[in-house]
Design a binder for this molecule. Structure first.
Ligand code: UTP
Length: 472
């Protein structure tokens, strides 16, 4: 019997061991293994083996000619208030014209949180325990009503959580959104390899494959038809955010306006770093381009550099909030420019050469991931704007400690207190702004300071904010 062409290709590429147990498999399992194999670009894997696995390209991150990236400071920090107002006006116009859609990347595995299920189904709000997906859905509903135009929502999942994510939305009635407004698509996968560059098997009929990183979103948007759908609907800008951050203002007219004013292909929000060693990427300028240098790649001495006033020089921390121009996404997905892969050494359960399971205690292999911020140096006229951390960023990353469900719920409470007290509510709070009880503001009542103020003013009598109160 002739060898299957895919098997022959793997043999030729020195990856024939992937089919070592093929003869022991039934028809269905053979088909599964072949389907996994068909997803793999063998030339890409060979190139990554040369550059990232055998050659250590990560050691060669280019730190020459780096300076802090310029950004538009908030008016309260010296920015131009008239320019911010003009940006907001322009952004509102774009929202009313339906030129902006929301885009959440929800394909991650959420290993640090240790929650079994798509991370978007994790409950986060302090009283109602609304899930991350519900919070985002309600922000989209409220913003759609405000701008008189339903907002499309693109949701990137992975092969691991796609079915569960769709089933969740269905069971929840899409949280009141029209089903036709919500678009799910799956991100791509990459095989894991051993430290010798050989593709790992998870099972005799399964290759060890994992999501290709949030940067995989650019090619997945194109491949899934999302970019074409945007073009048909007249959507020019995608507002990119991560699934773990319920505070995110992803419908932010001023941000949209700055992006439009500059003719930017990719824009970003920054927050001033809280301290020199904070684990965030740094927005930097390098030979006329904007780049993000990860905390692990920027030498400590540079992270600690200060300017004449004693302020950190590399102050602009990335919080993974971007605007992406539709045709930029298409170009990145189909043109000659491509994002670089990053290497992550991991403990990867797999089979040894005899087919016995291996549960490694230390990293035994390499996963390859793409990062969305690596698209920045390819973008024309990229813009970085400052935002208030308290109004845009409090992710749920870890089960405990920093960036945990507890810190995130507290940051939501502080935000609700700020909004309410700005309207004269007199909610008690400690020195950090935290109230002594839990209450909640539904995104349908207010998803940012402006929408909150509008709903509050429309109340016949302002409520007394007390434990368990939910404004909705
Ligand atoms: P993280 O870097 O926090 O990774 O993702 P994670 O997988 O969610 O969590 P850990 O590291 O396993 O604990 C940041 C954002 O990027 C998305 C995540 O869903 C999250 O919104 N992401 C990450 C993807 O969509 N795909 C990926 O392949 C990786």
């Amino acid at each position: 019997m002739a060898t299957h062409p895919l098997i022959a290709a793997f043999q030729q590429a020195g990856q024939g061991h992937v089919f070592a147990f093929y003869d022991q498999l039934d028809e269905a399992r053979r088909a599964e293994l072949l389907a996994d194999a068909a997803e793999i670009d063998l030339a890409e894997v060979a190139a990554l083996d040369r550059t990232l696995v055998q050659g250590n390209a990560a050691a060669g991150i280019d730190l020459s000619d780096l300076s802090p990236a310029p950004y538009h400071a908030l008016p309260k920090n010296g920015g131009d208030a008239a320019a911010w107002a003009e940006a907001k006006r322009l952004g509102e116009e774009a929202l009313r014209a339906g030129r902006v859609a929301a885009f959440v990347v929800a394909g991650g595995q959420g290993t640090r949180l240790g929650y079994d299920g798509p991370k978007g189904t994790y409950p986060v709000t302090p009283v109602r325990q609304k899930t991350l997906f519900q919070v985002f859905a309600e922000k989209i509903r409220a913003a759609g009503a405000r701008y008189g135009r339903p907002i499309h929502w693109f949701i990137m999942t992975s092969h691991i959580n796609h079915a569960a994510t769709e089933a969740f939305f269905r069971a929840e009635g899409f949280f009141g959104l029209a089903e036709a407004q919500v678009h799910f698509f799956r991100q791509g996968r990459m095989p894991a390899v051993g430290l010798d560059g050989r593709i790992l098997l998870e099972d005799k009929h399964r290759i060890a494959m994992s999501p290709d990183g949030h940067g995989g979103s650019l090619r997945a948007l194109q491949r899934s038809g999302a970019v074409d759908l945007m073009a048909r609907e007249g959507i020019e800008i995608l507002s990119y955010f991560q699934v773990d951050n319920p505070l995110v203002r992803f419908i932010d007219p001023a941000f949209v306006g700055w992006h439009l004013l500059a003719g930017s292909e990719m824009s970003s929000k920054m927050v001033p770093k809280a301290y020199a060693g904070e684990k965030v990427g740094h927005f930097c300028a390098q030979r006329g381009k904007t780049v993000v240098i990860e905390y692990s790649d920027l030498p400590k001495a540079r992270q600690e550099e200060t300017d004449a006033s004693g302020r950190l020089r590399f102050i602009a921390g990335s919080i993974a909030i971007h605007l992406l121009d539709r045709e930029f996404i298409r170009r990145m997905a189909t043109g000659a420019d491509a994002l670089p892969f990053h290497r992550a050494d991991k403990k990867i359960p797999c089979l040894d050469a005899t087919g016995a399971p291996v549960r490694p205690e230390k990293p035994n292999g390499v996963k390859f991931e793409l990062f969305v911020f690596d698209a920045l140096p390819f973008a024309k006229n990229p813009v970085v704007i400052e935002t208030d951390r308290a109004d845009d960023f409090s992710p749920v990353k870890n089960a405990e400690g920093v960036d945990s469900p507890k810190t995130c719920a507290e940051d939501q409470l502080r935000q609700f207190v700020r909004w309410a007290n700005a309207r004269g509510a007199a909610v008690p709070a400690d020195a950090t702004g935290l109230p002594p009880f839990a209450f909640e503001v539904s995104p349908l009542f207010g998803y940012d300071e402006d929408s909150f103020a509008a709903s509050w003013s429309a109340l016949a009598a302002p409520p007394v904010i007390a434990a368990g109160i939910v404004l909705e």
